[in-house]
Design a protein around this ligand. Structure first.
Ligand SMILES: Cc1cc2nc3c(=O)[nH]c(=O)nc-3n(C[C@H](O)[C@H](O)[C@H](O)COP(=O)(O)O)c2cc1C
Length: 185
């Protein structure tokens, strides 16, 4: 079994990216043990509050990353970039509680996906997410990319599921590539 964590870049209850994330979990390879890692309880990053006295939510968030074999981030973009709460989470994960610890981001396989109501939804935001992860020497899958434009039109109004066949095909090939990517490390 591969342990694969999913992080949603949106905290919104009705988030389209949460719907996309849930569809990815539904279509995930059978040998994946999936989990959702939330950053909603993290405080705003502050150097004065890191280290031995850091909040429990920070320690837990880092441990959740450490305990999985790979992570898929599914996120919107805000103002052509990385959503602030997600960047905050990456910044916390890049630091350590004890001086001699290593960040769980180092060498961790990652992939980035996302959807937005716009046509080129999340292409720019995804680039920034990859850039921040690469700064920590995470193993970020370069491609294939999963960029779901006009995402709201691909979600069934009644079931609230993403049941667009073309998108499901893209998801399947993205997940299969990430499966191979995780096996490399
Ligand atoms: C602060 C803010 C900035 C946004 N900037 C962009 C943007 O640059 N590009 C884009 O495609 N959508 C942008 N949007 C629209 C989001 O893609 C849209 O709200 C989307 O539904 C958010 O994802 P979610 O449904 O997963 O919460 C922005 C939304 C907010 C709230």
């Amino acid at each position: 079994m591969k342990k694969i964590g999913f992080i949603c870049g949106s905290l919104r209850t009705g988030s389209y990216n949460k719907v996309l994330l849930n569809e990815m979990i539904r279509l995930a390879p059978k040998d994946w043990d999936t989990s959702v890692i939330s950053f909603k309880d993290l405080p705003l990053y502050n150097y004065d509050e890191e280290g031995e006295s850091e909040a429990d939510s920070v320690t837990l968030f880092r441990e959740s990353i450490h305990n999985v074999d790979g992570i898929i981030i599914v996120s919107p973009e805000y103002n052509s970039g990385i959503p602030g709460p997600l960047k905050n989470a990456i910044d916390w994960a890049s630091r350590t509680k004890h001086k001699d610890d290593k960040s769980p981001l180092i060498n961790k396989p990652f992939a980035v996906a996302g959807g937005s109501p716009g046509n080129i939804g999340t292409a720019l935001g995804q680039m920034q997410i990859r850039q921040s992860l690469l700064a920590m020497n995470a193993q970020v899958m370069a491609g294939p990319k999963l960029i779901v434009g006009r995402v709201h039109e691909k979600i069934n109004e009644d079931t609230h599921n993403l049941d667009d066949e073309r998108t499901q095909k893209h998801i399947n090939s993205f997940l299969s590539s990430f499966n191979n990517w995780v096996e490399k490390f």
